[in-house]
Design a protein around this ligand. Sequence first.
Ligand SMILES: Nc1ncnc2c1ncn2[C@@H]1O[C@H](COP(=O)(O)OP(=O)(O)OP(=O)(O)O)[C@@H](O)[C@H]1O
Ligand SMILES: [Mg+2]
Length: 326
Amino acid sequence: MAKKIAGFDIGGHALHIAVSTKKGVKKAVAEILPDGSVRDGRIVSYDALGDFIKQTCKKRKVRFDEAAVILPAGLCFCRRIKTPVMSHEQLTVNLPYEFRDFITAEKDAYFYDYAVLNVINNDEGEPAELDIMAAAALKSTLASYRGMFRRAGIKLRTAIPIEMAYTNVIRKFCADENHCHCIVDLGHTAIRLYMYNGLMFESSHLIEYGCSAFDDAIAEALHIDPFIASSYREANHDDCQSLPECMSVYQSLAAEIQRVIYFFRYNNPDSELQHIHLVGGGAKILPLRETLEQTLSVSVLDASEFLSTEGVDAELGLAAAGAALQ
Ligand SMILES: Nc1ncnc2c1ncn2[C@@H]1O[C@H](COP(=O)(O)OP(=O)(O)OP(=O)(O)O)[C@@H](O)[C@H]1O
Ligand SMILES: [Mg+2]
């Protein structure tokens, strides 16, 4: 039987799991995390979350052989670099130096990994440079993640940065190498843009507020507690997602996304960015989507270009699916 890989994406609000085989993504589930499990992108108790993962897999009948998890941006540095052609051993020695401006602890405290995106030939047609996606994470972080999955009774095969997860889905499902992608993750705690030129990750951009910021707008407008505002927002109680206070936050967000798109176009004059893809739970907020459609200079699409399996929510499960394809 084909091996089943599960991809785990632990967000600030929900746990997303996708299961794939060689043939594609078969299943995706999302389960809201217990309150206070993840704070500022960091897991508060690895043991408690390990138990939650175990219960979720059992409850939602998620069955698989091995697992891959996405490491959040705060716990993992990811860089695109160019180096002269060299062996794996030479790269292993050199990678720590590529991260010296980013890492804060001793270089040996980190685990380094890389994927070669492209080999660039010189004028004589011989391999001259390597175009590499490199990542670094604290060994102690990886050990905590391994321990959490062990507690859940799961064999963790790998941990990858989100940039790599989206690279996997683009490579698997988008054959056109000349096509630019901008994936906009409308998350709970932040909004993140990931730009891809063809199959290559180009850059990312962080907007430091997510859908939870709409709760503050609703709370202020209706004079209610932000916690209640959050349940109002999710259920779109009394059409609160369309309150003028929310629309004004959507407008600022649209302006910020537009700035990132202009910047990408300026830096990549030969690339053609024609549309963006919305993912994350915020993609379900219709007035937000409409504001983006009306304001941005590019068209706004969902995630079905990447993932169109029946019964799989592509918006919520795309990152987890990318991990499962690793
Ligand atoms: N159907 C829906 N209608 C309205 N809002 C929704 C819906 N589904 C999810 N959301 C909201 O979208 C937001 C983002 O959800 P998502 O599952 O992407 O969060 P997350 O991945 O845990 O967050 P992050 O990526 O920031 O860590 C949440 O605030 C959630 O309440
Ligand atoms: Mg998320």
